[in-house]
Design a protein around this ligand. Structure first.
Ligand code: AMP
Ligand code: MN
Ligand code: MN
Ligand code: MN
Length: 276
């Protein structure tokens, strides 16, 4: 069985339509797929049927932007009831926080001599979600940055000139939304937050205590020692293990659907629970 439990469509900062993503997943031999757009659940029955016709089980999912001790963390909710009230209302409030944050990013870019960046970013956003990736695409278009990585390292990444943290939901509240929707709460890409080991352990312990179910152990391009580290942490904190590419599209070619290592045998795969 091949699972990819972390992917994006053009309903957030991905490139492909949900239908195109499903087709690409089928080409990559995926049996179970989670579309995890930022702060929105991209799922409907028609889409699930389309996926099924390609032999893919599509599970309604989301990647929620959260705050833990002042640090922005991403929480994946897998197999959520797409119309559950609490999570839907919560995601609306996160999208409002995103909008307010985007105004601040645009202001900061304007102060750097880059006016009208929100209008520019919105050109790259197909759906309601406008994010830093869209700002990055605008910075490339206007030759303010050479590529997406540099747009982040020069302007948009945490602590850089145009960075502004949104008033996202707290990690603990986001967990309750996912639980209320009958889903599984999975900490996304734990090594991408720049946390020192002690801090990461503190996070995982709190996450577990608050009802967290799993953590991503396998993403694209992990080094062997990172994989080993995540595998141990997953076992140490008695969390289930998830795997996902974080595929976005050709603007982030370093993430490809299904192109990642197998989960370590010692970890309990969350996908096996969901596949049933
Ligand atoms: P936002 O939800 O608007 O804060 O944007 C977060 C998204 O920006 C992530 O999901 C990634 O897709 C993208 N991103 C964050 N950091 C980087 C980076 N250093 N290089 C490229 N993309 C990044
Ligand atoms: Mn993204
Ligand atoms: Mn993420
Ligand atoms: Mn993601």
């Amino acid at each position: 069985m091949k699972y990819d439990l972390h992917t994006h469509t053009n309903q957030s900062d991905g490139e492909l339509t949900p239908e195109e993503l499903i087709f690409r997943a089928s080409e990559a031999g995926i049996n179970m797929l989670a579309i995890t757009d930022h702060d929105r659940i991209t799922f409907d029955d028609e889409l699930a049927i389309k996926a099924k016709n390609y032999g893919i089980k599509l599970i309604p999912s989301v990647e929620i932007s959260t705050i833990w001790n002042g640090i922005g963390l991403h929480l994946v909710g897998l197999n959520v009831l797409p119309n559950a009230k609490l999570i839907q209302l919560g995601l609306v409030s996160n999208r409002e926080a995103r909008h307010a944050r985007n105004l601040l990013i645009a202001e900061k870019l304007s102060a750097e001599g880059i006016p009208d960046a929100l209008v520019g970013a919105k050109k790259y956003a197909i759906g309601e979600i406008v994010g830093r990736t869209h700002f990055a695409q605008y910075l490339i278009e206007t030759a303010k940055a050479k590529d997406i990585k540099r747009a982040f390292s020069q302007y948009l990444a945490n602590g850089k000139k145009a960075f502004s943290e949104a008033k996202w939901v707290s990690l603990s509240t986001a967990i309750t939304w996912i639980k209320d929707a009958g889903g599984l709460a999975v900490l996304a890409h734990p090594l991408r937050y720049g946390l020192k080991r002690k801090r990461l352990c503190q996070l995982l312990q709190e996450f577990k205590n608050q009802g967290g179910d799993g953590m991503e152990v396998i993403n694209c391009n992990l080094k062997p020692d990172e994989k080993e580290n995540l595998s141990r942490l997953c076992q140490q904190f008695n969390l289930k293990a998830s795997c996902g590419s974080d595929f976005h599209g050709s603007h982030m070619p370093w993430y490809q659907i299904g192109r990642f290592d197998e989960l370590p045998k010692k970890c309990q795969a969350i996908g096996d629970i969901l596949y049933g």
